[in-house]
Design a protein. Structure first.
Length: 76
């Protein structure tokens, strides 16, 4: 389900002094031990926890293509 080296957008339930809410953040998974995910920041998440809501892989879109475009105006 999870891949080491991949960034994910995590959604967790968090309790605060004002009640329960959702916490979302993006981090890269650097190690996996069963249901435990170690993140780049050092945070460890139990993906089987009832407070774990979702994790969506984050894909990075390149803004500049590395493939050159063909020339359209050729002067001979």
């Amino acid at each position: 389900m999870f891949d080491i080296g991949t960034g994910y957008r995590f959604v967790m339930i968090e309790g605060t002094s004002e009640g329960w809410g959702e916490l979302s953040f993006t981090e890269k998974v650097i190690d996996i031990d069963g249901p435990l995910l170690k993140l780049e920041s050092g945070r460890i998440i139990n993906s089987h926890s009832s407070l774990f809501v979702d994790a969506t892989p984050v894909t990075m879109l390149a803004s500049v293509s590395s493939i050159p475009e063909p020339a359209t105006d050729i002067v001979a």
